[in-house]
Design a protein around this ligand. Structure first.
Ligand code: C5P
Length: 250
């Protein structure tokens, strides 16, 4: 089981594997038999299982978004990224709030740490978390702008720092593409099928809306991982994302 090189990684919803043990991961992935997936390894899994779980999933043939959202002084982020780039993942990220120097340092680390003969992972930056509302942003981060302006500002900083794109809500992707450049990646969590539980997410959208609004990738966790039939829901989301269900609008 491998992704073949002609497949477009953008066609795959990224499945957020928000589990804490390798056994849970193995049980979940077993449901998909030999189907190669694009998976997201976040803090919960990585902090408890370390690089081994990433190496194992890579060896199983899955594409990997390593979602560790680095945010620290530039030198620390440079050194951390240099190490993480050795894992040969496909996508990795930082927080744009760390600033342009930190993002440039991250990029340097990624490029220097990528093994010879491998492509560096795409490097993207989180703008405002999809669990953040404008009220909370203004009262807690003391940002006296609209949430949209903050997201667009971070997106421009990210582009200026030379990164490949941002993590944002699907609701913002179209506007981001207008102030950045064609093919600037907009990786969008907060994806729900119509009527699905939003949980702690605030700025949510359906897979189809995300596609029509310019998202380059969608990230989906609980709608798949908590489903009675994760494989069926995954394929429903994948089909909707790829435009196979054109009438299933929000
Ligand atoms: O379960 P759900 O579909 O809400 O999962 C979304 C995933 O995307 C979680 O793993 C979360 O950490 C991640 N994420 C997010 N918002 C961001 C960046 C990442 O929800 N801005």
């Amino acid at each position: 089981m491998k992704h073949n090189s002609t497949e477009n990684p953008l066609n795959y919803p990224i499945v957020a594997l928000d589990f804490s043990t390798t056994q849970e991961i193995k049980n979940f992935l077993l449901l998909f038999k030999d189907e190669p997936l694009y998976v997201k390894v976040g803090m919960e899994l990585y902090y408890q299982n370390g690089p081994e779980i990433v190496k194992w999933m890579k060896a199983c043939g899955h594409r990997i978004f390593l979602d560790l959202k680095l945010h620290d002084i530039p030198n620390t982020v440079y050194r951390a990224m240099k190490g993480l780039a050795g894992l040969d993942v496909d996508l990795i990220n930082v927080h744009a709030a760390g600033g342009t120097s930190m993002m440039q340092a991250a990029l340097e680390g990624v490029n220097e740490g990528t093994p010879n003969g491998s492509n560096p992972p795409k490097l993207i930056a989180v703008t405002q978390l999809t669990s953040t509302t404008e009220d909370k942003m203004q009262s807690e981060q003391l940002i006296e702008h609209s949430l949209k302006d903050s997201v667009l500002h971070y997106a421009k900083l990210t582009m200026d720092a030379g990164l490949d794109g941002v993590v944002c809500s699907a609701l913002e992707a179209k506007d981001i593409l207008q102030v950045t450049r064609p093919n600037f990646m907009c990786v969008t969590p907060g994806i729900r099928l119509s009527g699905g539980a939003s949980g702690d997410q605030k700025r949510i959208a359906t897979p189809e809306f995300a596609r029509l609004n310019g998202a380059s990738n969608i990230v989906v966790g609980r709608p798949i991982t908590l489903a009675n039939d994760p494989v069926q829901v995954y394929h429903q989301i994948k089909d909707q994302w790829n435009g196979a269900m054109k009438n299933d609008v929000n």
